[in-house]
Design a protein around this ligand. Structure first.
Ligand code: SF4
Length: 245
């Protein structure tokens, strides 16, 4: 399957988001699903996809540490599009994690916390699929800059489809306004990127859009889309050895 995808990957770079999604649904049927963290891009993706394939499968990683606004958005999206968003949970409840790893694992070892609450659950889910569809854009982070619209995902061993890879931030928000797409109200309160309550803060004027994620750590990705080397070493420690990004 990995070799089959290479020639499609080249052709897909000329397709728009609708064409990429149509190809994904007709090629993989029930073996493809949309993964969304309920961000602005994910909302656009769901809006487009719901018109192409009303019976689409959608899932989100529910770390059980999400903002109330995010849980409310899940409910609103389900109602608006008539879909059921599958919540992918960690095998450990927050209480079990606390007993096993201490009260605030996200503050001492966020990579481990993300592994337990996001990566391992996603790995379990992706093992049931042939392809997954994400809402990542190349402009979001350096780790996403080389994302293709259709590519092999060596980390999880299936096809990864990124229909919005070449979209710009402004295009996303123009689409949201034009189509009255539901979105997380925290975006209007200086939260351009929203994850868990423990690891997300509002950004200050002039800060990078992802500066509010894992603030104080060099970590910029939870590891779902990142290549190796996405360290979670505290910035103060990195500065001491001259290893700042
Ligand atoms: S974002 Fe923070 S709280 Fe959420 S899983 Fe990762 S480290 Fe844990």
């Amino acid at each position: 399957m990995k070799t089959d995808i290479e020639h499609i990957s080249l052709a897909a770079e000329r397709w728009n988001a609708e064409q990429v999604l149509s190809w994904a649904f007709s090629t993989y049927g029930d073996r493809v699903a949309i993964a969304t963290g309920m961000g602005a891009e994910g909302m656009v993706l769901l809006d487009i996809a719901s018109r192409i394939h009303p019976g689409l499968k959608v899932f989100t990683g529910d770390t059980e540490f999400l903002f109330p606004e995010t849980y409310d958005l899940i409910d609103r999206v389900e109602e608006r599009y008539g879909v059921k968003i599958e919540r992918i949970l960690s095998q450990l409840s927050p209480e079990e994690q606390k007993r096993e790893f201490g009260p605030e694992l996200w503050a001492t070892n966020p990579d481990r916390c993300c592994e337990l609450r996001k990566i391992e659950p996603l790995r379990r889910k992706l093992a049931t699929l042939d392809a997954w569809i994400t809402a990542i854009r190349r402009g979001q982070t350096p780790q996403r800059a080389s994302a293709k619209k259709v590519e092999w995902d060596p980390k999880f061993n299936l096809v990864k489809i990124n229909p919005l890879a070449d979209w710009r931030h402004q295009t996303v928000w123009s689409y949201i306004v034009k189509h009255d797409v539901p979105y997380n109200p925290l975006h209007d309160r200086n939260y351009p990127s929203i994850g868990c309550t423990n690891c997300t803060r509002a950004v200050l004027p002039g800060e990078d859009a992802r500066a509010g994620r894992w603030s104080g750590f060099r970590k910029t990705e939870c590891g779902l889309h990142a290549a190796a080397g996405n360290t979670a070493a505290p910035l103060v420690q990195l500065a001491a050895v001259g290893a700042e990004e």
